[in-house]
Design a protein around this ligand. Sequence first.
Ligand code: F6P
Ligand code: MG
Length: 493
Amino acid sequence: MAITETPRPSYSTGEKTSFAWQTARERWPVILTQAIDDVYRSVQGCTDTEKETEGRAIVEKLARLKYDVQHDRALEPIVDDGEPDVAAYNAELAQLGPLSWLKAPWLFAECYLFRRMSTFFKLSTHWTRYDAFARQKIRTFRSSRPAVLELAARYRELMQQIDAHKADKSENKDAAAVAAAEETLFAEMCEICLWGNATDLSLLTNLTYEDIQKLQGAEARRKAEANILVNDLPAAYKLLTKARDVAAQKPGTPERRVDIVLDNAGFELYVDLILAGYLLRAGLATVVVLHPKNIPWFVSDVLPSDFAALLNALASPQRFYETPSEEEGLQGKPAPVPLTEAERADLAFLFGEWSQLYANGQVVLRPNIFWTQPGSFWRLPKEAPALYEDLKASELVIFKGDLNYRKLTSDLDWDATTPFVEAIGPLGPGSGVNVLALRTCKADVVVGLPAGKDEELRQSEGGGGDSGARKWAWNGKWAVVSCSQGKEEASSA
Ligand code: F6P
Ligand code: MG
């Protein structure tokens, strides 16, 4: 393992027992092949010869990168593509280096991979804004249709329940029962949002669309509740209700913000918006700030254009769901079943809600280059002081997904019983930032577990046994929901 100045060793692609080993040797080549196929397909459709020539050159660069990964070649400095982070990436590479793909610190090498790919496009004239993963993202969202429809119906029903709760409150019904119902709804919304992360596209290299659909339904969520190994949702709920009570004592309507550091587009973004809509309608926040990425990242992460694509799909659901895709046409599959009137109405309700919240400025998109830096979030206060100050203004910052969790905990080989508040270093108690991580486990690092749990899971079927590998934590089956109360000095959840 690569030893750094950090309190524990970091995971390395050269470590056989780490998921990093498999990721670098099996998953990265697949991801690069998918990008090559995608650009190649777009090149085929080019009518502009200059664009076509550039596209072919990008395909070649991607293929060369894949070759370098598979042959353990050196990580080369990032070519200056005009972005402000080139120097920082290269300085870190020089400091860590020389590095080769199959013996590198995992977190750095994986971030570098996606940053490097982005230079191929940035340095072109016709492909600067091209996202080689956009097709995959929208295709998976389309194949999530059963869960999307189920949740649209549930969301609408929920809004009616919230209105009923408001009426119950004003009629002075049993306050404790109303509050308990509210907390249950909060937990349900967060759990929907949590499991939406189980289906990211970088893991899709192992999963079929049918597997994904099975992961997404209500039935699957109920069964998966027992798989949440740490559940700090009650602490997070308390933070939000306390902020609401404090605000109620003040004149006017002070802003109460919840931030979501987004992870994946498509179905996961859809459930993030379900949570955002719920928090706003339930009065647990007055504004929700969403933090997307600036460049195509870890295959499926949200770009601002993915947000637009999602709203477009919902704006014309019949066109989106009922028009056969190119592949379906080629494979001679039967035309998709038309949406029912009720399904169309539920989706129209959602579209109406979300476009209105966005237009009103209650849902805000705020990208920042910090989110695509190679380092951990331990660096936030020093590397991005303005962003850090901004996050302090939030009541709760929700970090979605596996990579954000790896970055929060610096992707170090912590003992699994290390308290979460310790593993997130400068973002822990006293940081001024309340953190909530909603993470399905898809990598080695995990903290905050009770003593003996890691050992027990390793002994379960496929859990890694005595191999030294924490295999149970690699496939999104288990989850951790961890909260740190950074706004209150020395208090922790
Ligand atoms: O490639 C490894 C990885 O970073 C894993 O940690 C995880 O499987 C995936 O990529 C990203 O997951 P997420 O989209 O949840 O951050
Ligand atoms: Mg992701």
